[in-house]
Design a protein around this ligand. Structure first.
Ligand code: C2O
Ligand code: CU
Ligand code: CU
Length: 498
């Protein structure tokens, strides 16, 4: 337990908003002086290991099965929903120009499907088609190509069957989809040690089953008290002194925000959701809304020892301050997510000074508004308190699979103003195309970055700029607090051939 410290309060008040860009605004010198009494939540466990599936000869081909299975979660046995019996699912790795063939089978006891979060691929047919329903026992082959000009980055896959997304993700269904490319070829980055941290919270009962987080949490957003990093509890990450560590974070939790800092080591941001930024930006902490990714470099220039990667309480609904009402979102404890240790020594690798230029976008042809709010479902959904409870809406309407909410033209650029008039934070996510944040509450961004999720706090307006490129068809945008999405905070976007 840690009482809130005044310096935190000041720093957070100075920061503006809930997304990763908060921490980018409050970038600072190393905060080595801030004492944090985070408990080591568990003994440091073994290093992180993934089962990798990498493309060969231009083809990434695999069988993928969603099924319930007992797995080892740190020091516990847990009955989770898995891909191929693993949590996280296999780490998929491909390069621009590769073909992808995933023979997917649903062995869950409910319908599901797959979404390729962040990939710029067709949203239709056998591509990133979230309108598919794959019933229990049935299979579907996903087949698509990673475009030749696709940026390198940290993407991921997870279920997207409307109404069950939060439940299935909370059960454990998520995996990384890595695209290799120019960022990976920068000499310093190539020489860095790479670690993937899939951050996921769980709530387990005594029998190791997913616990019921309660009716209220199922409305506002379910969270669990057990924090895992790539399926482990407090894994050890060993690096050589003098080396560079490349940490690739994914927040794969359905509702929980993370605010991460690494003791005595500043983190240097090199990539956001959609890939590289143009040069590293030093951060004292990294805030990740559900669905967001960030890549950072850490220099191994401290005394050998153990340094904790700490997640501190974060309440996005209150501008990042603690205390809170988001269905248990925020315990008041800081927790250790992983531990950095030193092992050996090597000749020093410096930080790269240039990364990959972020293309400036032209002025938009159109500006649209999207207002996020919630209400009680009564007449609207016909559910009332019993069946419905809270309904989450965009522009006053809950999701309707038979309605197209927004039509845009291929080849155009638009500004979208996301306005949160409610009382909870909503990480707004768009499929198929990525965007750049233009401003938050009228404040311009300190630098450009490609994003596909941006958190919008209560009372805030965030303006994003998005080019619609290469792919036509129906796709979606939604809140990435997946209980909100399942309860209606999603709309259909149709990209039309000009
Ligand atoms: Cu990761 Cu439509 O979401
Ligand atoms: Cu997505
Ligand atoms: Cu939301």
């Amino acid at each position: 337990m840690r009482p809130i410290q005044r310096r935190d309060f000041l720093r957070l008040s100075a920061g503006t908003t809930a997304a990763i860009l908060l921490s980018q605004c409050s970038r600072s010198r190393p905060q080595s002086t801030a004492p944090i009494s985070a408990p080591i939540s568990a003994p440091i466990s073994a290093p992180i290991q993934f089962q990798k599936q990498t493309s060969e000869g231009g083809l990434l081909s695999l069988d993928l099965e969603a099924k319930a299975q007992m797995v080892q979660l740190g020091n516990r046995r847990a009955n989770l929903l898995t891909y191929n019996g693993q949590m996280p699912g296999p780490l998929l790795e491909a390069s621009p120009g590769d073909r992808v063939q995933i023979r997917f089978t649903n062995q869950l006891d409910q319908p599901t499907n797959l979404h390729y979060h962040g990939l710029h691929i067709p949203p239709t047919g056998t591509g990133d088609n979230v309108f598919l329903e794959i019933p229990t026992g049935e299979s579907h082959t996903y087949e698509f190509e990673i475009p030749e000009n696709h940026p390198a980055g940290t993407f991921w896959y997870h279920p997207h069957y409307h109404g069950l997304v939060a439940e299935q993700l909370f059960g454990g269904l998520a995996g990384l989809f890595i695209v290799r490319g120019a960022l990976d070829e920068i000499p310093e980055i190539k020489a860095a040690q790479e670690e993937f941290l899939v951050l996921k919270d769980f709530a387990l009962d005594d029998g190791g089953n997913i616990a019921d987080t309660g009716h209220m949490a199922a409305m506002t957003g379910r969270v669990g008290g057990l924090l895992t990093a790539s399926g482990q509890i407090n894994p050890a990450i060993a690096m050589a002194k003098g080396g560079l560590l490349r940490l690739r974070f994914l927040n794969a939790s359905p509702s929980r925000f993370f605010r991460l800092s690494l003791e005595d080591h500043p983190m240097h941001l090199i990539a956001t959701d959609g890939g590289a930024i143009s040069s590293p930006v030093e951060l004292s902490d990294v805030v990740l809304a559900p669905g967001e990714r960030a890549e950072v470099l850490v220099q191994g220039n401290q005394k050998p020892g153990d340094y904790r990667l700490i997640n501190r309480p974060f309440n996005p609904a209150q501008g990042g301050m603690m205390g809170g009402t988001m269905g248990g979102q925020n315990s008041d404890r800081a927790e250790t997510v992983a531990t950095l240790t030193y092992d050996g020594e090597r000749s020093e690798i410096s930080l790269p000074s240039q990364l990959i230029a972020v293309e400036p976008l032209p002025e938009p042809q159109t500006t649209r508004q999207f207002t996020l709010n919630h209400g009680m479902g009564g007449g609207m959904m016909g559910g009332g308190m019993m069946g419905g409870g809270m309904v989450f809406m965009i522009n006053g309407r809950a999701f309707d699979p038979n309605r197209i909410d927004t039509q845009v033209m291929l080849g155009t650029v638009e500004d979208w103003e996301i306005i949160n008039t409610g009382s909870m934070a909503h990480p707004f996510h768009v499929h198929t195309n990525k965007f750049q944040i233009v401003s938050q509450n009228g404040q311009p961004m300190p630098y450009s970055a490609w994003k596909d999720v941006v958190s919008v706090s209560p009372g805030e307006t965030v303006r994003i700029r998005m080019p619609f490129r290469d792919h036509t068809g129906k796709t979606v945008y939604h809140c990435h607090v997946l209980d909100h999405e399942d309860r209606g905070m999603m709309g259909i976007l149709e990209i039309q051939q000009a």
